[in-house]
Design a binder for this molecule. Sequence first.
Ligand SMILES: [Zn+2]
Length: 690
Amino acid sequence: MPSPAATATDNPLLDFSGLPRFAAVTPDHVQPAVDQLIAACRQTVEKLAADPAPPTWDNFVIPLDDATEQLGRAWGVVGHLNAVLNSPALRDAYNGALPAVTQFWTELSQDERLFAKYKALRVSPGFALLSVAQKQSLENELRDFRLGGADLPADRKARYAAVQEELSTVMSTFNDNVLDATNAFSHFVESENELAGLPEDVKAVAREAAGKDGRDGWKLTLHAPCYMPVMQYAAYRPLRERLYRAFVTRASELGAEPKWDNTANIRRILALRAETASLLGYRNYADVSLATKMADSPAEVIRFLEDMAAKSRPFALKDWDELTAYARAELNLADVEAWDVAYISEKLREKRYAFSDNDVKQYFPEPQVLAGLFRVIETLYGLTIAPAKAETWHADVSFFDLRDRAGALVGQFYLDLYARDAKRGGAWMDDAINRRRKNGSIQHPVAYLTCNFAAPVNEGGEQRPALFTHDDVITLFHEFGHGLHQLLTEVEILGVSGINGVEWDAVELPSQFMENYCWEWDVLKHMTRHVETGEPLPRALFDKMIAAKNFQCGMQFVRQLEFGLFDMRLHAEFDPAKDDLQRLVEEVRAAVAVVRYPAFARTAQSFGHIFGGGYAAGYYSYKWAEVLSADAYAAFEETGVLNPETGARFRHEVLGRGGSRPAMESFTAFRGRKPDMEPLLRHNGMKLAA
Ligand SMILES: [Zn+2]
């Protein structure tokens, strides 16, 4: 018998009666809580697996959800604290418990007894009586078991596992080669003239780097903080060419070291993915990837990308003409090469749209921005947002209730806005508690909203509000979009409530949707107030911001479409045993790109998103989600951007549905039709002829 279980009073991580007890949690609580919760989960799994009764929602899914939800919630608190209030002791506790947690989730996803129970429930007479959300949640479970190889006969299961293991090794080698090839390159510059145009801080770092190697002059590398400014600002063309060539030949047969050449690894990765697909009974790996996504087929994605390319390419060509004309006239550059593009763009942008981010910042003090954001949410969805009391992890963190107009609680969120030591960088939304029906009543959703903005400063004893850049404001709105997806859910089933179970290529719809409000004059007028003068943002400055946002959008578009098409065709049509990789790269490029890329460019060999990460046959998602969010926003443009009726429909048909039905169904229910790409193009200054 295990020793008597610790109670919530001993260990705050085991208290699920309400909000997390942040003030009481210490690193010492982590391991015992995790051990106890995993043991409880395993006990539940064993009990359910041994139960001879036919599985029903109530006797099987609910007890399993109840047990795993507790582990998820407690581990969520630990992970959150590890990210926002890191300390050596907490980090040790987190890393100490992590393997056991990971191992348990893996074990759960491969438990054949549970898989058999889900299958039995699926074919039981009770299935027909389940709600849409319950059915969807069950189908997702079955799909994920199958995609993990659980349905294969023993011999093929072993092969499946071996393929996955080799795949993860080769992908990791792919990444290592890119990293090693990147790290190995350096270019020493002896004469400062060759660095003309480069920002002083970049030069200072390069000088220091040379000094560390015991050399005079400046050491340039292919790391982003050096490579990007060189391409953007360095006036000396041979320098740009030198670094560009090194960058686009990294980890290829044209790179510095044959041992880092990723060409064979790419073939192996593609062969292993093709084998994965055939073991699971799919035609190709693109079909496997799309099984968990909103897009139905590779053909649909390819059509989408080609259609978008056809529409945006004329604008890209116009951008290109502008760029080359400017280069000829003002920079004395007749033949624009790939290594000139960023440099010329920067010069043209400065000339046309220069404004200071710092000037803009003065119009976005925190109280005004938050009030503006809350006003948008309150108006759109008929809600009120008010500060509330809760234990937090830091004095700067605030907590809010979200209530409907009748005063009933809808959800709650923590807001942790400022950068500080021991806090992970970036911005994100995470779930603390998910909405679900439990023992007859509703458990309200709770979200974490975390950013890393500059904190308020104390000037001569006077506290000045934090000032946000316009990018900060966009980030805040973006994360709130994710937050509203979590908080405004109407779903009562854990697996598909909030953002749970939402298709991968639809997750960014609500977040990118919210960004649109940061470019809306009627919203900005009320959301801006100069910190000294009290004036709202001047219209002329706003117009400049819009123009700068849309600058060379055509060229940026076709670049992304080129990557997306290459990725999808590679995983849908390409045969690694006989087809020529570079030929596919060039074929896609010829169809889509407007920049003239040199024959030596080997971009596939360092395309980490698809060969070393999770974006295989998924790169298109960036543009896909943008089309959805822009088209959803267009419904508001048609009826008034703060129209509460449109808001109510968006909430009910899209935000409220979570993963309880296919995202395309939610979208068409809201929009009355399939997505249209025109609004995205229009929002980026590419207005199609009627
Ligand atoms: Zn996002």
